[in-house]
Design a protein around this ligand. Structure first.
Ligand SMILES: [Zn+2]
Ligand SMILES: [Zn+2]
Length: 133
């Protein structure tokens, strides 16, 4: 990530936690965020791709959740089913900061319309502490 971008983030006066550090760990296929409240989030690329917040992906997830509900497999779940149109091996081709509030991933399936707001990223933090809530 561009250090200038992170410096600006730190300088901005927001109450909500903002990323102090963002690390794309290509070898382990993870994306890490260290937040201003010292919380650390570790996302797998699959998780980030599946939880893409764009309208198209949201709709796909809603449909999948509906199907699940009808089949009475269980109650609605936070983790969506795998979208069959997503390739098995998700890779990030590019990560771009968007303003001061989000980042944008370009995935190897050509998808790049999802703006991952920091608030959203924090909300989907997969750590034990956060997923308990
Ligand atoms: Zn999407
Ligand atoms: Zn967490």
């Amino acid at each position: 990530m561009q250090s200038e971008f992170l410096k600006n983030l730190r300088a901005s006066k927001v109450e909500k936690p903002v990323p102090l550090e963002m690390t794309f760990d290509r070898g382990n296929r993870r994306f890490l965020i260290l937040w201003s409240d010292r919380h650390e989030s570790i996302y797998s690329l699959e998780q980030l791709r599946k939880l893409c917040p764009c309208a198209v992906c949201r709709e796909i997830r809603d449909k999948e959740n509906e199907v699940r509900g009808e089949l009475k497999v269980g109650s609605f779940t936070k983790i969506p089913l795998i979208n069959p149109s997503i390739p098995q091996k998700i890779e990030v081709e590019e990560i771009e900061p968007v303003g001061r509030y989000a980042i944008q991933f370009r995935w190897n399936d050509g998808h790049d319309t999802g703006l991952y707001a920091f608030e959203y990223l924090r909300a989907i933090c997969p750590c034990e502490q956060c997923s308990e809530r």
